[in-house]
Design a protein around this ligand. Structure first.
Ligand code: ACO
Ligand code: PYR
Length: 556
């Protein structure tokens, strides 16, 4: 793997002597390797709502390394105690097998020297073998934000890059606001790249810092700068125009060989180029081996694990890795997928560790139901009448408010009823009722009574709860647990209610979905009713029925 060779070369040299200047590819000659550079721990952490502990950062660094990126930018040592501590802990506890650890920081301050700049010293003290420096490349930013001259900015870049190189570090230069700067003053923006490259920076990374560029613009600028400087170029794209992934790939088309991305696209404002679609495109569509063997198949798990670590729910609709990325709802799609999944999928989901799913809804046809049944372990192929009946049942129930796409367990019960002609029954309900009482002191009491038949016995049970649904659940469980002891293993993982708004306001039809777990798995059921209690009862009854059958209990 090319970039891993580069990584090893630097590993050997690392703190004691990074790639010598003459070991870089000659100017104008295509670099032999390709860098996948991750900045989740630096730019990703700049997203509103993300606050990573040192432990979180170490966990994410290990996940990114397992995935196989070539570089993990860990943060800005010296900017805050947490990032400084991260690099200290990384030196002690972080063993990376594929990646090089990168420290991020700015060039020296105007008017000083790199050797005397505290912030530059903090970069060295981080111990990171690779350093990314951010530098201004837009003349207006130099004059207005940095409040210095254009020449002094070039001197800051030259001094800082060459000083860090002399200290044995590999150096990449992030040219901040490069594309806007290039539009305003192409000579100056290009001189930033030349200065950095001549001083020993390995890569000049062209940054679309404000994220407003479009792919055609990025492609044109990268091609021109590459031709004019012969420098090795990278791309860092923010996603403000929704084009960060496309802009990253456009830069690669134009000759960039270093891509800076973040896991799940986390980053400042709306985010950065998402690492996962960029890497998947490079591997699967460009045919470049940018990951170690096996890395791509870990992608879905790594994406979700990083989301969990940062405390955000994994995005269900994220390309390649979202749970909906290969979920098919339309009947016509399913009928073609039945013949060949490639007809409606751009890749085989298993290549990225994801799976195909069929969604049963009122947009389903016979093929959808047949494929869903197969997914659940039932072979209905050839039984056109049964499939047609099931489609009709689903459509009729969806019209009444049911939605089976996430309620696989209720769909399976419906399927079994259609196949056998009888519903699966562990109990038969005689009646249930709830009482909600306001106690006058601001507190409330909720009580439920359930009367049912199970194994020939009539059972009356009561339950109390913090709400009417909770009381009903407790009463039902109390009735069933004595007859079916394995039910004690089942617990509720999630309860969601939605009013469908059909009659406006609180009189609307209610839809309840319940997720239960037990015996090492989870299942979701649905109930629809004229009120929340009726809908909850149906979802609960389905949930315990499915659960008992899943735990191998025989009915009635
Ligand atoms: C485009 C990007 O996302 S780059 C990454 C940005 N990330 C961050 O800013 C997060 C971490 N930042 C921080 O913790 C703080 O801003 C620090 C520690 C870096 C600096 O804090 P402070 O010293 O209090 O300065 P402050 O944040 O107000 O301003 C930044 C200073 O850096 C200077 N600066 C900005 N870019 C550069 C550069 N490329 N090279 C040198 N100096 C720079 C600014 O001119 C300003 O200087 P001033 O103090 O003389 O006005
Ligand atoms: C460096 C960086 O994060 C940017 O220019 O957006």
């Amino acid at each position: 793997m090319a970039h891993h060779d580069g990584g090893r070369a630097a590993d050997d040299a690392s703190l004691t002597g990074a790639l010598p200047l003459d070991a870089r590819p000659a100017r104008g000659v295509a670099a032999p390797d390709f860098h996948v550079f991750d900045t989740t721990l630096r730019d990703g952490a700049q997203r509103e709502g993300i606050s990573l502990s040192v432990e979180d950062k170490l966990t994410i660094a290990r996940l990114l390394d397992e995935f196989g990126v070539g570089f993990v930018e860990g943060g800005w040592p010296g900017a805050n105690p947490r990032d400084t501590e991260f690099f200290r802990r990384a030196a002690e506890d972080l063993t990376l097998h594929n990646a090089q650890l990168v420290a991020f920081g700015a060039t020296r301050r105007p008017g000083g020297t790199a050797a005397d700049d505290l912030q530059v010293q903090a970069l060295l003290e981080s111990g990171a073998p690779v350093i990314t420096l951010v530098a201004k490349s837009h003349d207006r930013h130099v004059e207005q934000a940095l409040r210095t001259t254009l020449d002094e900015n070039l001197a800051m870049i030259r001094d800082t890059v060459s000083y860090l190189r002399e200290q044995g570090r590999r150096v990449f230069l992030d040219c901040e606001h490069f594309f806007d700067g290039y539009r305003a003053n192409p000579q100056y923006a290009t001189s930033v790249v030349r200065t950095a490259y001549d001083a020993g920076a390995e890569v000049a990374v062209l940054c679309d810092t404000n994220g407003g560029m479009l792919p055609g613009q990025v492609r044109a600028v990268v091609s021109t700068v590459l031709a004019d400087t012969g420098a090795r170029l990278g791309i860092h794209a923010q996603d403000d125009s929704g084009c960060a992934v496309a802009n990253t790939l456009a830069a690669v088309d134009a000759g960039a060989t270093h891509v800076q991305c973040t896991a799940n696209g986390y980053g400042e404002r709306v985010g950065n180029a998402n690492l996962f679609p960029v890497v998947a495109a490079l591997e699967l569509k460009y045919g470049r081996n940018v990951l170690p063997p096996g890395g791509l198949a870990l992608m879905t798990r790594i994406s979700h694990a990083i989301a969990e670590t940062v405390g955000l729910a994994p995005s269900t609709h994220q390309p390649y890795v979202g749970v909906s990325a290969f979920a098919h709802k339309a009947g016509l799609h399913a009928s073609a997928i039945k013949v060949d999944p490639d007809l409606y999928q751009h890749i085989d989901p298993e290549l990225v560790g994801n799976t195909m799913r069929m969604l049963v809804s009122d947009m389903a046809g016979r093929a959808t139901v047949e494929l869903k049944a197969r997914e659940l372990g039932y072979d209905l192929s050839g039984d056109r009448d049964l499939l047609a009946r099931l489609v009709e049942r689903v459509k009729e129930r969806e019209l009444r408010g049911y939605t089976y796409e996430s309620a696989d367990a209720s769909f399976e019960l419906l399927l079994r009823t259609e196949i056998t002609g009888d519903p699966l029954e562990f109990f038969r309900i005689e009646s249930w009722r709830t009482i909600a009482e306001s106690l006058g002191d601001g507190t409330h009491a909720n009580e439920a009574t359930v009367r049912l038949w199970a194994k020939g016995e009539r059972i009356l049970s009561t339950g109390e709860g913090n709400g009417a649904v909770n009381a009903l659940d407790r009463a039902l469980r109390a009735a069933l647990e004595r007859i079916y002891p394995p039910l004690a293993e089942i617990e509720m993982a999630n309860y969601r209610v939605r009013l469908l708004g059909d009659s406006g306001g609180s009189g609307s039809t209610a839809r309840v979905t319940i997720t239960l777990r037990g015996g090492g798995s989870e299942w979701t059921t649905i109930g629809v009713g004229s009120n929340i209690l009726a809908a909850s009862w149906e979802a609960l009854a389905d949930g315990y029925t499915y659960g008992l059958s899943h735990l191998g209990v025989s009915p009635l």
